[in-house]
Design a protein around this ligand. Structure first.
Ligand code: DHB
Ligand code: FE
Length: 281
């Protein structure tokens, strides 16, 4: 039996969420409504953990500085250390990788004409660790191996939603041709609307975000045609992180997914928090 993608998880990745968890503030009035939205997902993941998580995220000039900017980078190492982002590395477990599946996906996806950068050594920042913390709490070890997949959404030019969607399709094919019976989840992270700098700093667009969630669930191929400038205009400069959700959605089956969780909350720090769990039917 071959590997298969069972479900996809989508979530924002605000660094202040990581700090709230690490400093024991999750029950405070400001944070409680944010974490309430993840209670279902934590139970769901604990009750039925996958064998591997393929985690699509963006690095924030932590592993990749302006000296080198891969558009798509797959982590093929055996482990990935939490990065020091300036306040010291987060007190979270080391991320254990899955070199065999990651190498297989690299082989398949590159032969399908996506030019991935292969990364054999990399630290992982809040873009990757905050989604894990939101879904897992504070475990001694993460529940399964994680393959980090970094997308450049920080330094222009960024990849289009259309290319992200097609890449998801190629990842789906790659997983389905791995000759081991692994249950694989794919996570798309970052977003939703936020802008961290300039005259529009603090921008949030609830209507646009919720329409994005509707369309990601029901009409993702059409949503994938949206040009990058629409994300920036409607969801703020950092709202472009949402193209990463299309990679995860593109890796799902063609049949309509089961929506296990849908959550939206404003604000967490400067960001609108969105969270979905979609299961393949
Ligand atoms: C915030 C959000 C981000 O996505 C990020 O990378 C840094 C900060 C914020 O809302 O504060
Ligand atoms: Fe970010």
């Amino acid at each position: 039996m071959s590997a298969r993608i069972t479900a996809s998880v989508y979530t924002s990745h605000v660094p202040a969420i990581g700090a709230a968890i690490d400093l024991g503030k999750t029950a405070e009035p400001y944070w409680q409504p944010v974490f309430a939205g993840y209670e279902f997902g934590k139970r769901w993941l604990r009750d039925d953990p996958p064998d591997v998580i393929f985690l699509v995220y963006n690095d924030h000039a932590t592993a990749f500085s302006l000296e080198m900017i891969p558009t798509f980078a797959i982590g093929t190492a055996a482990e990935f250390a939490p990065a020091d982002e300036g306040w010291g590395p987060r007190p979270v477990p080391t991320v254990i990788g899955h070199p065999e599946l990651a190498s297989h996906i690299a082989q398949s996806v590159i032969q399908d004409d996506f030019d991935l950068t292969i990364v054999n050594k990399m630290d992982v920042d809040h873009g990757l660790t905050v989604p894990l913390s939101l879904m897992c709490g504070q475990p001694q070890a993460w529940p399964c191996p994680v393959i980090p997949f970094a997308v450049n959404v920080v330094q222009y030019p960024v990849p289009s939603g259309r290319r992200c969607w097609q890449l998801g399709r190629a990842i789906r094919k790659a997983v389905a041709s791995f000759d081991r019976p692994l249950k694989v989840q794919i996570w798309g992270t970052g977003g939703m609307s936020h802008q961290l700098q300039g005259p529009r700093a603090g921008l949030i667009n609830r209507d646009w975000d919720n329409r994005f969630l509707d369309r990601l669930i029901a009409d993702p191929a059409d949503l994938a045609q949206l040009p990058h400038i629409d994300y920036v205009r409607e969801a703020g400069s950092e709202g472009i992180e949402l193209v990463m959700w299309l990679i995860a959605r593109g890796a799902m089956s063609d049949a309509p997914p089961r929506v296990l969780q849908r959550f939206y909350h404003v604000p967490a720090s400067n960001t609108a928090v969105g969270h979905l769990i979609l299961e393949n039917t």
